[in-house]
Ligand binder design. Structure first.
Ligand code: B4P
Length: 190
């Protein structure tokens, strides 16, 4: 049976991490979140984590080489997976091309890109709301939150066209109750 490889896409605060939790259980997939991996490196105090902490603190993207290397290791360590949810990756065209290269070499290409769409003011509200309770530094400063959204618009949003050209792009309304949005995603997977 072919593997189910989902790119869960959207701006910061669109609900990617939130929705991944439901989708991994539903489809028995391995969850790969570059944000989570970078935060774990930071918590462990590794050299990579300390470097990433500074970049994330400014709301900028960590370099392609670093995140591509992290994802390559995780894919290789999970050869028997039924498929993956890529959450927060790819975020640039170079990352998308590298991911295609890795998966096509295994004849296990991306199945679909599910793109959560949420207006900017709602994103800012959600992220500052999380910042008030979670301790995540990059969620606490409105200027940093807005910079993350600008980085998304400049470097990441163009990937919608990249996956559209492959016939894999599906837009999902990301405003509403969490369960409602999960149902929209499941319907889109088909
Ligand atoms: P990420 O960890 O990917 O974080 P994020 O974009 O903020 O989204 P997240 O998944 O956490 O939030 P969610 O929408 O679920 O990235 C953090 C940083 O890491 C980046 O800025 C970058 O520096 C670096 N990085 C990560 N990947 C990288 C890559 N590939 N390349 C380069 N750099 C990379 O949830 C947000 C909030 O909304 C939560 O509080 C949630 O409870 C709430 N929420 C969710 N759904 C809701 C709904 N339906 N209604 C109301 N609230 C909702």
């Amino acid at each position: 049976m072919s593997k189910l490889n989902i790119v869960l896409f959207g701006p910061p605060g669109a609900g990617k991490g939130t929705q991944s939790e439901f989708l991994i259980n539903r489809y028995n997939l391995v969850h790969l979140s570059t944000g989570d991996i970078l935060r774990a490196e930071k918590d462990a105090g590794t050299e990579l984590g300390l470097m990433a902490q500074e970049i994330m603190g400014r709301g900028e993207l960590v370099s392609d080489d670093i995140v591509i290397g992290m994802i390559r290791n995780k894919i290789e360590a999970n050869n028997d997976a039924k498929g993956f949810i890529f959450d927060g990756f790819p975020r640039t065209k170079a990352q998308a091309e590298a991911l295609d290269g890795m998966l096509n070499a295994k004849s296990e290409p991306i199945t679909v890109m599910l793109a959560l769409e949420v207006p900017e003011e709602e994103l800012v509200k959600r992220l500052l709301g999380r910042g008030a309770t979670s301790g995540r530094a990059d969620d606490q400063d409105e200027a940093v939150v807005r910079n993350r959204i600008r980085e998304y618009e400049n470097k990441t949003a163009p990937l919608k066209e990249y996956y559209s050209a492959q016939g894999k792009f599906k837009a999902i309304d990301g405003v509403g109750g969490i369960g409602e949005i999960t149902a929209r995603l499941i319907q889109a997977v088909g």
